[in-house]
Design a protein around this ligand. Structure first.
Ligand code: HEC
Length: 168
């Protein structure tokens, strides 16, 4: 073996050893990073605050209204939270503006539109007691008390107001 060949072999040998050590270190670092990341992720994902934050973030998209279909679950979910906190309005008109108009203003979900004589005529024909009853206890997609906890008198005043609009 010439001198040059011997030093080449020596270089190759030490180079392979260094390369091997580097690869082992790299694999070790990778494994360490993975296990550390997993522990942290697991901790975070199971924290109640994290979970509820995720729930809150996706809540607005968790429901979908389907056009042309009655979506009572959706109306109950959207009408209920805002309503009970609201103070009891003093007049039928105020009650209508505050809550009933959210569905009856535009005639959403098959709600008879306020002021629409054709929509209200057959309902008015049932008589006020039936309308009161349906408004207070709910009727098909109409939520009980429009999703509020207002007393009968307030609900009845709101019904009277809507009936008066349909008679103008
Ligand atoms: C979440 C939407 C929604 C809200 C809020 C709402 N309504 Fe309705 N209401 C409806 C729907 C839908 C109908 C039609 C039900 C049917 O006949 O299928 C209806 C029907 C009615 C009727 C007619 C019932 C009948 O016998 O024909 C009355 C009266 C009425 N609502 C009163 C009220 C009053 C008063 C309020 C406010 C306190 C109110 N509604 C709030 C959706 C709503």
């Amino acid at each position: 073996m010439s001198n040059a060949e011997a030093s080449d072999t020596h270089f190759l040998n030490s180079f392979s050893v260094v390369l091997g050590i580097l690869i082992i270190v790299a694999i070790g670092l990778f494994a360490l990073a993975r296990s550390l990341g997993q522990v942290q992720l697991k901790d975070q994902m199971t924290q109640a605050t994290y979970l509820s934050a995720v729930q809150n973030n996706i809540a607005p998209f968790g429901q979908e209204a389907v056009a042309g279909q009655v979506n009572p679950a959706l109306t109950a979910a959207t009408a209920a939270p805002s309503a009970p906190a609201a103070a009891v309005p003093k007049t039928g008109e105020a009650a209508f503006q505050q809550v009933c108009s959210s569905c009856h203003g535009l005639g959403l979900n098959g709600a008879p539109k306020a002021g629409d004589k054709a929509a209200w005529a057959p309902r008015i024909a049932q008589g006020l007691p039936v309308l009161y009853q349906h408004a207070e206890h709910g009727y098909k997609a109409m939520p009980p008390r429009g999703g509020t906890n207002w007393p009968d008198a307030t609900i009845q005043a709101a019904v009277n107001y809507m009936v008066s609009l349909a008679k103008k």
